[in-house]
Design a protein around this ligand. Structure first.
Ligand code: HEC
Length: 113
């Protein structure tokens, strides 16, 4: 009996551990979806209001660090600064991400070309 409980305890423990590891390592795509960036940014087609992810990837090709800095509020917008206020509340949230998630988010957007 005791042994069974111990094994059960160990399996629950390892499940919890795995869950917390996968939480720490969210992919860029998961972050993009969880933060509802896609509500404004379609993958391929820009709308009159919002640049597509492909357009963002094109503008930031070879400038990954600049994109990370932008998502951290440390670099000015380069695509449509006149509409920069539409990004304000999203930027407030991307600034609060842990650095490795900001990097994953930038890499995800850059891969969309
Ligand atoms: C309410 C609509 C809206 C939402 C939600 C939104 N964006 Fe944007 N985003 C815009 C608009 C409009 C622009 C163009 C303005 C600009 O370039 O500053 C833009 C521009 C950008 C740019 C290019 C900035 C540049 O250099 O000009 C990036 C990168 C970006 N968004 C990432 C994101 C990410 C990541 C999220 C989710 C966390 C997000 N956006 C959510 C509307 C939105």
């Amino acid at each position: 009996m005791r042994m069974k409980r111990y094994v059960l305890f160990l399996s629950v423990l390892s499940l919890l551990l795995m869950a917390s590891i996968s939480f720490a390592g969210r992919s860029g795509e998961e972050i993009f979806q969880t933060m509802a960036c896609g509500a404004c940014h379609k993958m391929e087609e820009s709308t009159p209001m919002n640049p597509s992810v492909a357009k963002i990837a094109e503008a930031y090709q070879g400038k990954k660090q600049q994109l990370i800095d932008y998502l951290n509020g440390e670099s000015e917008p380069i695509i449509d600064p006149a509409k920069a206020n539409l990004m304000k509340s999203s930027l407030r949230r991307t600034k609060e991400l842990p650095e490795e998630e900001r990097v994953a988010l930038a890499e995800y957007m850059l891969s969309a070309q």
